[in-house]
Design a protein around this ligand. Structure first.
Ligand SMILES: [Zn+2]
Length: 437
């Protein structure tokens, strides 16, 4: 009989409920408040096993949720979803795929230890934000709610800019009685006040907090006076995140006050965002706080974050990243150091303008291709030996560049082609976009 109180010894064999297959513990991977995660072997294939602590494993509703999740299947490939329930000796757990190598905890983006921190430019953080919004769109579209969206629920591949949503055992049909309240600072105000339980509506608030944090490295409802208090008590938590939450970038906010509290860079970036994106955040953290139906939905975030992702330029002088404003037609001056910004060439695809700065990527989603297949981009922008802009083919197919003089240059997988204004990018004979400046 398996010991459900202690770490399962290597070599322990458990029986998988329905199929009767054997699941053998290979190694211990991680543990948390609910249980431990092991690498296991099932018929020669490697999986991860989440095995609950015995007190939690007795929760019949949890078992039922996991069984239903297995039957339902993952909303899309961005979820580390339960694949099979495992029951043995009174204990309970589930199998899931192993986390791919290269994935790190999302929290490392915000780590206070420099050696631990994963640094992504604003452009890549916006790409990751759009991925996260897409994942939860898939989940909500199935009538489900996650109940506890927070940093700890996500793994990130900083190279591919892809995400994996974990801890899916809280997922339930929207409207069912919840078993968790959520994570402090991510919970919707009505949950903090004790007026509501987690739902798809409250997920939207948590998602908005997470996306704001991803762009600005700051909580959208942070109380600027908190630092002057010796302890941030539970009553403060209720006041700041439940009773009277207020948005740090509300239109009537005192800019000097923000600067005094060290939010100068964030405030400057806020001022450079497209007005449409500002309005989304204002809605999320103003009207949306008390009217769940006014909250910003995933497709709105996806569009805004893709625009931000594709528009970032960096100041040559100080490195501050700023979205290029299509309306002005000019790069303008850096909002941080005042230096004149260099105009970058752009690729025009339909109504979208993708800034071709080194490090940028052209995503399948812009080309009408399924982003889940091509979420690390169709092409990457690199700088050539003579500072010229080149496009590197990131796909396994050949695409081509039709030059302004009519010549066609093929780009085989992993090769790069220099770009000039007027060139046309073609993919499988399809005109995709024209380089402009
Ligand atoms: Zn600058």
């Amino acid at each position: 009989m398996a010991d459900t109180f202690r770490i399962l010894p290597v070599g322990t064999t458990l029986r998988i409920g329905r199929t009767g297959q054997q699941c053998r513990i290979r190694s211990f991977m991680d543990s948390g408040s609910q249980g431990a995660v092991y690498e296991v072997d099932v018929d020669g294939e490697r999986f991860a096993l989440k095995w609950y602590h015995s007190m939690i494993a007795r929760d019949e509703r949890l078992r039922e949720r996991v069984r239903r999740a297995v039957e339902r299947g993952a909303p899309d490939n961005r979820f580390l979803w339960p694949l099979a329930a495992v029951e043995a000796g009174g204990g309970f757990g589930y199998l899931m795929n192993l986390r791919p190598s290269g994935c790190v905890k999302f929290t490392r983006l915000f780590s206070s230890r420099a050696s631990d921190r994963v640094i992504l430019p604003l452009r890549d953080r916006a790409a990751v934000g759009a991925e996260i919004a897409e994942a939860f769109f898939s989940l909500h579209a199935k009538g489900l709610c996650y109940q506890d969206i927070n940093f700890g629920a996500i793994f990130l591949d900083p190279q591919r800019l892809s995400v994996l949503i974990c801890d899916n055992d809280n997922v339930d049909v929207d409207g069912q009685p919840a078993t968790v309240a959520g994570t402090p600072r991510f919970m919707a105000p009505e949950i903090v006040r004790g007026d509501a339980q987690p739902s798809a509506d409250t997920d939207l608030h948590s998602l908005a907090v997470l996306l704001f944090y991803l762009v600005f490295f700051h909580h959208p409802l942070d109380d600027l006076t908190a630092a002057s208090r010796p302890v941030f008590a539970r009553t403060d938590e209720l006041e700041v995140f439940g009773e009277h939450p207020s948005f740090v970038f509300a239109p009537d906010v005192d800019v000097a006050e923000l600067e005094r509290h060290g939010l100068g860079p964030q405030r400057r970036l806020w001022g450079e965002l497209a007005e449409r994106t500002q309005q989304l955040f204002i809605r999320a953290f103003d009207a949306g706080l008390n009217a769940p139906r006014a909250r910003v939905i995933e497709t709105e975030w996806i569009e805004a974050l893709r625009d931000l992702r594709d528009s970032c330029i960096a100041c040559d002088s100080c490195g501050f990243e700023i979205p290029w404003k299509k309306s002005s037609g000019q790069a303008g001056d850096c909002c941080w150091c005042g230096a004149r910004l260099q105009a970058s060439p752009r690729l025009q695809i339909g109504g979208a303008h993708i800034v071709l700065a080194p490090g940028a990527r052209i995503y399948g989603s812009r080309l009408g291709l399924p982003s889940a297949q091509l979420n690390n981009g169709v092409a990457g922008v690199v700088e050539g030996d003579h500072s010229e802009i080149q496009l590197r083919n990131l796909t396994s197919a050949t695409w081509s560049i039709r030059c302004r003089d009519g010549r066609v240059r093929a780009a085989s997988p992993d090769s790069s082609v220099a770009l000039a204004v007027g060139d046309v990018l073609e993919f499988g004979g399809l005109k995709l976009g024209t380089v402009e400046i």
